[in-house]
Design a protein around this ligand. Sequence first.
Ligand SMILES: [Mg+2]
Length: 226
Amino acid sequence: MPAVTPAPARRPRVVVLVTGTGTGVGKTWWTAATASLLRAGGRRVAARKPVQSFDPDDPAPRDADVLAAATGESPARVCPPHRSYPLAWAPPMAADELGRPPITVNQLVAEITADDPDGLHAGTAEVMFVEGAGGSRSPLAADGDATTLAGALRPDLVVVVADAGLGTIHAVRAAVEGLAAHPVVVALNRYDPGVALHARNREWLETRFGLAVVTTPAELAASLRP
Ligand SMILES: [Mg+2]
């Protein structure tokens, strides 16, 4: 009888939920860049895109492909093929329109934390990134959004990616409102310290609204040290 090796703990050491103020704000770029930096530093990283929707006529790589390239996983591990919807709508709406079964938050959580047959990442990764779809209040499943997913996943950190320029204060304050139960950091995308408005937005977020802010993936990666 073969020796029984205890299974590694299923939950990765650090779970980071990446959401944002809306769609196209840089969630995937931040996730891939931060994961790449950690991996280059010898950390075991994993990424999950629990649902993705896309325009099938758009030649751009899908989020799961970008994230898989950063972590060294397969795209199908990052986003299960049955959670990939070829219609650029909010995923539960796309599922409905395409005649596919409704998505529930519990299903997504189960898939995110499922055992990894190749044993490389899930359960043994030191850092697992989970990228939502759209903004923190965009529908992610028939029964919830990224704030619902955060409640179920209990991440160690929620990253809220936001544009750095005009409109940022409102967008960030609205996006973090449902995330008060979690540690949050705001990642200002394309932040340029030489742009006075970017610097002022950062200052206001930190001092007036008490939010932690990072402006580079290196800063975010450093905050994820064990
Ligand atoms: Mg994305």
